[in-house]
Ligand binder design. Structure first.
Ligand code: AMP
Length: 272
């Protein structure tokens, strides 16, 4: 595995790989890797010859009061996990490499970025779209892989790729969970033991609602109420057109202590 920090070096190595006819898969991350990230690497390795994983804690997607400064980092551990999982290139640029001053051009996503996390975190998806677009241009992968846990992010990226004619196939990988159901997240490490127990209410609520959906419930408000019953504090559960007629997702975001966690379940539409 090669660890590369400069865009120029990355381009050199990848140009060689492409010349040799290798398919390049790309997994963008903010580091502090867990099994969710590693599942994306495995999916990439199954589809591609060369897997590039980036670690970059992107400042433009954090609001002024958010956890950029305290975001967990452990580069040595991440590097070992990447090597053990078969990452070919670990790309770990610093902020100056990604945003050389005077940086002033952004990708502005549209309607898909407005509800849910976009409403709660103004400017978040503008930062995400900008950095992902830049990373796509640096890596120029054949495919890029994203986790379903960040469902709205997947939608925003897919739309950006279509709207900007980026020749990259986007693959969404199902959410990887802890044995008790909690969606894996780098932010789970912020939870104390009591909060960790409380955090289970998020996935339990979503699973309970998904069970009701499977039993035939189609009223969005009732499904949301079932999920909410498990949660003491909910910041966003966005109602869909009700009764549900199309494939829908039930998305939850909740503060557990001071840590904001998100999760979702896909409600597949059963033919009526
Ligand atoms: P992050 O480092 O949090 O920016 O996440 C990097 C990528 O890993 C994103 O595409 C996430 O959606 C994905 N990811 C994070 N957590 C999980 C998980 N529990 N299961 C699957 N993918 C995940």
């Amino acid at each position: 595995m090669q660890t590369i920090t400069a865009v120029a070096g990355l381009r050199c190595v990848l140009a060689e790989a492409r010349k040799a006819g290798r398919r390049v898969g790309f997994v963008p991350t903010m580091g502090y890797l867990h099994d969710g990230h590693l599942r994306l690497v495995e999916a990439s390795r199954a589809l591609c010859d060369v897997t590039v994983l980036s670690i970059f804690v992107n400042p433009t997607q954090f609001g002024p009061t958010e956890d950029l400064g305290t975001y967990q980092r452990d580069f040595a551990r991440d590097e070992k996990l990447c090597r053990d999982t078969g990452v070919a290139i670990l790309f770990a640029p610093d902020a100056k490499e990604v945003y050389p001053p005077p940086f002033e051009t952004f990708v502005e996503p549209g309607e898909l970025a407005k509800p849910l996390c976009g409403a709660f975190r103004p400017g978040h998806f503008r930062g995400v779209a900008t950095v992902v677009c830049k990373l796509f241009n640096m890596v120029q992968p054949d495919i890029a892989l994203f986790g379903q846990k960040d469902l709205q992010q997947c939608s925003v990226i897919r739309r950006m790729v279509a709207d900007l004619n980026l020749p990259i196939e986007i693959i969404t990988v199902p959410t990887v969970r802890e044995p008790d159901g909690l969606a894996m997240s780098s932010r789970n490490r912020f939870l104390c033991a009591k909060e960790r127990r409380r955090a289970l209410a998020i996935s339990r609520g979503l699973f309970a609602a998904a069970d009701e959906f499977r039993s035939g419930e189609r009223e969005a408000d009732r499904l949301i109420a079932i999920a909410k019953r498990h949660l003491a504090m909910v910041d966003t559960l966005k109602p869909a057109e009700s009764p549900l007629r199309r494939a829908s997702a039930l998305c939850a975001a909740a503060f557990i202590g001071s840590t904001r966690l998100i999760d979702n379940v896909i409600l597949q539409q059963v033919a009526i």
